[in-house]
Design a protein around this ligand. Structure first.
Ligand code: FES
Length: 202
């Protein structure tokens, strides 16, 4: 996104909601009084969840003031970690894992579906501005490949039909139930348990 466009979408002010203000104060309490800055990532995460998945510059300044540290110190953190978005990504942010296990099990088709229905390019908002998508490295759910993350939820064991259904529903401002599309429990074998058969809840 161009600097001009980013400047245009920046709100002038930001402040925590009542709940997040309380959550931020609780985060700070976890650290010694002179080490408040250690809460920076937790506070940026709160900003992102409050602000439709992205962190405006006004919020970076707000967090810096909140923690009593220079603005640049918070800016450095927010620009270093890829989980922080510094431009709008929509209410639903789709991250498709394309690392080897997911790639072998068909992640390219998931990317094609995102390209077709959400937007041509990564980080580009859909026409109704509700979602965007990007490719990411391994999200640690390789056993249930291929998979994608939407906001905080994992959608696993995907095939083309299921992915289409999830994306089409998203575009109508609804999120389907997360988890395995094959209804398997966690990372259990696709055809049911083969070990610990005598343990009821294993
Ligand atoms: S390779 Fe996709 S979750 Fe690990």
């Amino acid at each position: 996104m161009s600097i001009k466009k980013i400047t245009k979408i920046q709100p002038e002010t930001f402040e925590f909601s009542k709940e997040n203000l309380l959550a931020a104060e609780n985060e700070i309490k976890k650290y010694p009084k002179d080490k408040k800055a250690s809460a920076v990532m937790a506070l940026l995460y709160l900003v992102q969840t409050q602000n439709d998945n992205w962190i405006p510059l006004a919020a970076i300044k707000y967090v810096a003031k909140f923690l009593g540290v220079p603005y640049i110190q918070v800016y450095e953190v927010s620009t270093f970690y890829s989980m922080f978005n510094l431009a709008p990504v929509g209410k639903y942010f789709v991250q498709v894992c394309t690392t080897t296990p997911c790639m072998i099990r068909g992640s390219k088709k998931i990317v094609d579906i995102c390209r077709k229905h959400i937007s041509k390019n990564q980080y580009e908002l859909s026409e109704n501005k509700l979602c965007s998508w990007t490719e990411v490295e391994c999200l640690g759910a390789c056993v249930n490949a291929p998979m994608m993350q939407i906001n905080q939820d994992y959608f696993e064991d995907l095939d083309e039909d299921k992915t289409e259904e999830i994306i089409q529903t998203l575009l109508k401002d609804k999120l389907l139930k997360a988890g395995s599309a094959k209804n398997r429990k966690n990372t259990a074998p696709e055809k049911g348990k083969t070990t610990l058969l005598e343990v009821k809840n294993a």
